[in-house]
Design a protein around this ligand. Structure first.
Ligand SMILES: Nc1nc2c(ncn2[C@@H]2O[C@H](COP(=O)(O)OP(=O)(O)OP(=O)(O)O)[C@@H](O)[C@H]2O)c(=O)[nH]1
Ligand SMILES: [Mg+2]
Length: 261
């Protein structure tokens, strides 16, 4: 829309995060204020019914925070896209509500985004001084590493599954068709936004401060389906290669059967 030099729309998808929101909002706006960033926060909630609406109404008296409550749609990724469509500024930042991403990272993400050329910035647990708090469970570490490895051919980002990232509005606008399944909207935007100049900012990834994780086996399965869709988008020849392999295998099976007869 417009471009006051250091303005940004901060989009936060939420489902049952009422207990985390006061701290999140306070810390985000303290960090933005210190860095002289004009920020707005758009919270996209999927009808949590945990008091989120009251909490945000109270916060909105002091901070430029807006709540969008969706009743007919669910999902983290589509919530993020809805937030973009309501944003007033030309730079977007996405953060989880549960304080696993330190809110003080926002100015650093925007500074990195302004270093040209740069069309996408991701907070990373896996590069530079980035890391993960010690008590993050080992099975989550393994899952995260395997999932990251599976996305490797699609992006050079060291933490492509990060839920904390920043991008300019024009990258989102130039994508023809987004497929917001699963949790990994950053990967979707990076691949389909045809980003070439990524930046990274290391973070220390914390454990969630309150509320419960929404990461389930179904979410992981959706990630696999999402990856398959992104692979066929990015490498369309793979589908043909797959058909070719099936054809060769079928021909080989028929030949083997004929020779036996
Ligand atoms: N609007 C919306 N937000 C969601 C939905 N699922 C998760 N979220 C939010 O997306 C963010 C990330 O979800 P988490 O459950 O923390 O997932 P995670 O960080 O991968 O998993 P943990 O490490 O276990 O916390 C949080 O702010 C959630 O409230 C959803 O269906 N709709
Ligand atoms: Mg979380």
């Amino acid at each position: 829309m417009q471009a006051p030099s250091k303005a940004a729309s901060i989009v936060v998808p939420t489902y049952r995060e009422a207990d985390n929101l006061p701290t999140l909002v306070k810390r985000v706006f303290a960090a933005a204020g210190e860095a002289a960033i004009e920020a707005e926060m758009i919270i996209v909630d999927d009808d949590s019914r945990d008091g989120t609406a009251d909490v945000v109404a109270t916060l909105a008296d002091r901070y430029p925070v807006r709540l969008i409550t969706r009743v007919d749609e669910r999902g983290l990724s589509s919530a993020v896209l809805r937030g973009f469509s309501e944003a007033s500024f030309d730079r977007f930042v996405v953060l989880d509500a549960d304080l696993q991403h330190p809110p003080e990272i926002v100015p650093a993400l925007l500074t990195r985004l302004d270093e040209k050329p740069c069309d996408f910035v991701s907070a990373t647990r896996y590069a530079g001084s980035g890391g993960i708090v010690e008590d993050w469970p080992w099975h989550r570490r393994v899952t995260s590493l395997v999932a990251k490895w599976m996305a490797r051919p699609l992006t050079p980002l060291s933490d492509p599954l990060s839920g904390c990232f920043a991008l300019p509005r024009h990258v989102w606008e130039r994508v023809d068709h987004l497929n917001p399944i699963g949790y990994k909207i950053a990967l979707e935007l990076y691949v389909k936004g045809r980003c070439h100049d990524p930046g990274e900012v290391p973070i220390r990834f914390e454990t969630r401060k309150a509320g419960e994780s929404k990461l389930t086996g179904a979410v992981m399965w959706r990630y696999v389906r999402h990856l398959a869709a992104l692979y066929s988008y990015r490498f369309p020849w793979l589908s043909w290669a797959g058909v070719g392999v099936l054809f060769v295998l079928a021909a080989w099976a028929v030949a083997a059967w004929l020779t036996r007869c």
